[in-house]
Design a protein around this ligand. Sequence first.
Ligand SMILES: [Zn+2]
Length: 201
Amino acid sequence: MRTLVIVDVQNDFLPGGSLPVPGSDAIIPVINGLMRRFDLVVAAQDWHPQSHRSFASNHPGRKPFEETEFHGLAQTLWPDHCVQGSHGAQFSSALDPGPIEAIFRKGTDPQIDSYSAFFDNGHRKATGLAAYLRGRGAKDLYLCGLAGDICVYFTALDAIEEGFDVHFIVDAATPLDPAAHATRLQALRDRGAIVLESRGL
Ligand SMILES: [Zn+2]
């Protein structure tokens, strides 16, 4: 069976949001077209308290996109985004919600960021996604969403570690930093992931 994992297709990561990925709205029709061709569709949702430490606004004198460190982990400071219950945290209204069977929220702990849909960045707490997928008999995962070089990438890394067969749908996962994205896609290939386009899926 084939499972589509949609990562963070939320208003704040789309044009007009607080942390927009340029051109990212182009992936929504691609994802909508793919969903009904999969046996199972799940989604991840970035879901931060306003007090989240990844927000530059919670560090007086710091600016968004500066680099810092939390508990020995490198951390980029971000603009406030995907605050629990806000419009920016909602999935795009253009995304077809019908086929999505389960939603896994991440980034809820104010003390640690969570790029991957499986674990926080320190691998301290699981979101439950891996157990859910195993319970459903999922093995082949097809990943898409935002941003391709951050949350989709780290979801892919954890999926490989968790023993899933990972397919990264490159035209349905827009990166924030295209140069970093190329390096990261190669890192995924080197770990055995398949990087492919949506055409023909
Ligand atoms: Zn976030």
